[in-house]
Design a binder for this molecule. Structure first.
Ligand SMILES: [Zn+2]
Length: 337
């Protein structure tokens, strides 16, 4: 099969590799779509994926081969490649005692989603509800990140919320907040196409941080008090500081995206309001179940996020990952293997 294999810092090669064979308790998935994640871009950019590894952890496809002991799946079932609840006796996969993360399709050698096929333990995939399109299903993993962030936060139904950054994660946090009954969701985003996506997904107001003082505008929109919750989904230089300044007294900023360089913080601007900062990382099987429910109810709209401009072939992988290193107007890139 064809696969995009990491071969070093900023180098991904398209290679013919043996198609993996499922063991008795595994399934082989023929990949339909495989989303490119910001974290894939970082691993590519900083050489953090081991040579020989196949990245890609946001994929969906059809079951192609079922292992001898597997009864839960049959050939042709539509699945999301991940999010399953570990069977009794299987410890939850983590990358180590200090972190919570899944292990398939990340930096270690093995089979990820940037390939024609991937093999998985049979408990790992999730069934795609009939009503849910492939374009929506491919967003399940980032949507689980968004659900995790909103559920970790102190957001309550009826709150006004701010989302900083309208990349895929920001747009999904926005939609989860809306599904959760936000009174208003204000989105800060400088790239016009991303801002437009936030608008078309129903943002109450989209603020351009390059042309206006976004902190002042959020204060204006919230009776001078600030919003109770903000989500940093950008990890741009100024966004964490802006989030901390935008929240009300005792408000909370949930940090969803990772900054890979120093971000400046001026504590005098927010410490007097006793704000809180919380990190959100990864997702749990429970979050994925919530995602399936939201998708089935039509609460997650992939239309403005995954469209014809999103799809790329193997031949575009090197150039697309290279291009995504610098901030872009692109929303979600999806490999069609
Ligand atoms: Zn991801």
């Amino acid at each position: 099969m064809k696969a995009a294999v990491m071969r070093g810092e900023r180098r991904i090669e398209i290679e013919d590799v043996p198609t993996p064979e499922p063991g008795p308790d595994q399934v082989l998935i023929k990949i339909k779509y495989s989303g490119l994640c910001g974290s894939d871009v970082h691993r590519f950019q900083y050489g953090m994926a081991e040579p020989g590894s196949i990245m890609g952890h946001e994929f969906c496809g059809e079951v192609a081969v079922v292992g001898a002991n597997v009864t839960a799946w049959k050939e042709g079932d539509r699945v999301i490649g991940g999010g399953g609840t570990p069977l009794d006796g299987v410890t939850r996969p983590t990358s180590g005692p200090r972190y919570s993360a899944r292990t398939v399709g990340f930096k270690t050698p093995g089979w990820g989603g940037f390939a024609e096929y991937a093999v998985m333990d049979a408990w790992r995939p999730l069934r795609i509800p009939d009503k849910v399109s492939w374009e929506t299903a491919v967003l399940a993993e980032p949507c689980a990140i968004a659900v995790h962030a909103v559920r970790r936060s102190r957001f309550r139904v009826g709150d006004r919320a701010v989302v900083l950054g309208a990349g895929p994660i920001g747009l999904l946090v926005q939609q989860v907040l809306q599904a959760g009954g936000a009174r208003a969701v204000y989105v800060s985003e400088p790239a016009p196409a991303r801002a437009e996506a936030a608008r078309s997904l129903g943002a109450t107001e989209v603020l351009d941080p390059l042309s206006r003082d976004v902190v002042a505008r959020v204060l204006e929109l919230t009776d001078g008090l600030g919003a109770p919750v903000a989500f940093d989904c950008a990890a741009a230089k100024p966004t964490l500081q802006q989030g901390l300044e935008m929240v009300c007294r005792g408000g909370e900023v949930t940090v969803v995206s990772m900054a890979w360089e120093d971000v400046p913080l001026l504590t005098v601007e927010w410490i007097g309001r006793e704000v809180e900062m919380k990190a959100s990382y990864g997702s749990t099987p429970e979050d994925w179940q919530i995602v399936l429910g939201l998708m089935e109810q039509g609460k997650i709209n992939s239309g403005p996020m995954v469209g014809q401009d999103s799809f790329i072939g193997f031949g575009d992988m090197q150039s697309t990952l290279s291009r995504l290193i610098t901030p872009s107007d692109q929303i979600q890139s999806v490999l069609v293997p």
